[in-house]
Design a protein around this ligand. Sequence first.
Ligand code: ADP
Ligand code: MG
Length: 354
Amino acid sequence: MTLVAPGSTIGILGGGQLGRMLALAAAAMGYRVHVLAPEAELPAGDVAAEVTRADYLDEAALAAFAAAVDVVTFEFENVPTAAVQALAARVPVYPGAFSLEIAQDRMTEKRFVEQLGGRPAPWRPVDSLADLEAALAALGTPAILKTRRMGYDGKGQARIATPADAAAAWASIGERPAVLEAFVHFSHEFSVLIARGRSGEIVQWPVPCNVHDGGILATSSVPAPAAVLAQAAEALALATRIAEALDHVGVLACEFFAAADGPRFNEMAPRVHNSGHWTIEGARVSQFENHIRAVCGLPLGTTDLTAPAVTMKNLLGDDVHDWPALLADPRAHLHLYGKSEVKPGRKMGHVTWL
Ligand SMILES: Nc1ncnc2c1ncn2[C@@H]1O[C@H](COP(=O)(O)OP(=O)(O)O)[C@@H](O)[C@H]1O
Ligand SMILES: [Mg+2]
């Protein structure tokens, strides 16, 4: 596949903050970016050369988009695989539809990872209340019920403290196809961030230790504590096997729980990831730049740290109003995503300290 040289146009499916930061990295390398997404407000569209506001399954829009770009990537993993397949018939798309298909469904994802030797939390598929009751009897409580598809930031999940909560949990996730997971007692959460180039070379960033609050990422810090570093090599080896088995091109993020019996796989994202935002200032080459390099067929850049310690904090909801105080700290690197509506838990920006 031919190299996509600077000056070319990169198409991005999805218009959120991940697309915004990808577009900024692409522009810094001399690319034009064309964003396709359905929403009225597009944080990525504000910094792109072109925007197509269309449904992901709008065939005419997809055909015009394919004709206007030299390569396509995505920043949102719930883009319909049919859209990616339609584009892939006309223009190179990285990562491929297979990465998307596996990562879109928690059940498919867990099975795929288990085949590669990974260990998710003990889990069962759930398609009915009776399945849920049987799964709770098998796995015990506490447990977490998660929709197979479309979950993010803790949405589409119900925590189950006792078997008596089953019916309410099943109703609360909309009685949709789901998985039940045993609750993992972990000391820390961490993620493995790797980028794989078109020729198969892989780079990895130092693993961040991630703190979640109410199912939403609050902070990511490097270096991770010793308890995480002790599990990083095993987790990295698994992430590498996943990337190779998917023939993945671009950034792949895998979330893990550091449990007493070793790393437990939580979930993967076939794209740049919130736990890698610190790499913009904290690594020589960021996840965004290496993702662009990978999809364009360019060599990948070094992931070394630029400082001994880096912390990223998400600005959720009203946290965004703290920007003046954050800017008063000369060491703080402020990123705001240009979203007009502040909602509780909404990712409005982030701040990184070196
Ligand atoms: N099986 C589990 N055991 C313990 N905590 C969990 C489990 N599953 C999820 N969590 C907590 O909820 C957070 C969000 O869950 P996750 O499956 O990563 O969903 P999302 O797609 O919303 O990020 C996790 O980062 C973790 O803090
Ligand atoms: Mg997660």
